[in-house]
Design a binder for this molecule. Structure first.
Ligand SMILES: Cc1cc2nc3c(=O)[nH]c(=O)nc-3n(C[C@H](O)[C@H](O)[C@H](O)COP(=O)(O)O)c2cc1C
Length: 302
């Protein structure tokens, strides 16, 4: 089930989502050995940041709500991690974020010098220059930040989009126009809130948080469907993918690769191999292949 992504051959279409298992080589390598073809690091930011107070993640059974608050050691304080990642045996996406176009550029240029295989730009963070608005909900700020980052990176650039955009196809087009090489969708949905009715208080310390896991899969499938219609770029589809059949569904919406995040909690660290095997089995049973089913839901319309 090998597949090519931006010129790189991968053993299967499975990607580890950003922020799920951190940045240490040991864990990222274990994920690769457990059937994942391409691993994404946790988003790296401009400054050291502790993130929000606990509780930050709650399992709701049908998915999770989190407000971890992008904790990061800061891009200049990761020498040990980069050293460990030199001579790695697996393909790597480094994820970055900033609070302004300048910060995004600074972090991206530095991280690019560490030679990950790809850089993913997380444009779902508040934009301090525009009064807390999120970069990725507006095509103008999206274009501005993606084109600025594209100028300073030496590896292919993936733009990770938020489902909060009113028209995600329009945002994907802005990324394509700005020179992005691929799209990753979606980041967490919401924000949502959970209230403990006995204490009458929101359960998360930060009160509101992003939703992930099975409950957001229909949103992810819709977003990938809209992006596939809007642009020619390859798409990493994620959001609630837990089984091989979920993966087949998002591939039929248009995804080339499939990301897995919250499902690690529901099916363990070998979820990657399980989903890869389930995709393979489904394809064999239906006498078809990935190229044949990618975007199939578009062809069946009208
Ligand atoms: C605890 C947690 C931390 C996350 N941290 C990041 C992050 O640092 N950067 C990022 O781009 N996405 C982050 N995400 C979003 C995931 O990468 C993914 O887009 C989202 O969870 C949807 O996929 P899933 O339903 O398979 O989890 C995080 C998600 C969770 C649950």
């Amino acid at each position: 089930m090998t597949i090519e992504f931006l010129g790189k051959p991968l053993k299967n279409p499975i990607v580890l989502a950003s922020g799920i298992l951190g940045n240490s080589r040991d864990i990222l390598e274990r994920v690769y050995m457990n059937g994942c073809a391409l691993v994404t690091m946790k988003s790296i930011g401009p400054e050291p940041r502790d993130g929000h107070k606990n509780p930050t993640v709650i399992d709701l059974g049908h998915g999770m709500i989190n407000a971890v608050g992008l904790p990061s050691p800061g891009y200049l304080n990761m020498e040990n991690e980069w050293l460990a990642l030199e001579n790695r045996s697996f393909p790597l996406i480094a994820s970055i974020y900033g609070g302004s176009v300048h910060e995004y550029q600074m972090v991206a240029e530095y991280v690019s010098s560490k030679q990950p295989d790809f850089i993913e730009i997380n444009i779902s963070c508040p934009n301090s220059e525009k009064h807390g608005m999120i970069f990725g909900v507006n095509p103008v700020s999206t274009h501005e930040v993606v084109s600025a980052v594209k100028k300073v990176v030496q590896v292919p650039l993936i733009a990770k989009l938020t489902p909060q955009a009113p028209d995600i196809g329009e945002i994907a087009r802005a990324c394509e126009d700005a020179g992005a090489d691929a799209i990753c969708a979606i980041n967490t949905a919401g924000p949502g809130m959970v209230i403990d009715i006995e204490s009458r208080q929101p359960v998360l310390a930060f009160k509101k948080g992003g939703l992930s896991g099975p409950m957001i899969k229909p949103i992810a499938v819709r977003c990938v469907f809209d992006i596939f219609q809007a642009v020619k770029l390859p798409i990493i589809g994620l959001g609630g993918i837990t089984t091989g059949k979920d993966a087949i569904e998002i591939i039929m919406a248009g995804a080339r690769l499939v990301g897995i995040g919250s499902a690690v909690r529901y099916r363990g660290l070998d979820v990657f191999q399980k989903v890869a095997d389930e995709i393979h089995q489904w394809l064999v049973e239906h006498n078809t292949c990935l190229d044949d089913i990618r975007g199939a839901a578009h062809r069946s319309i009208g």
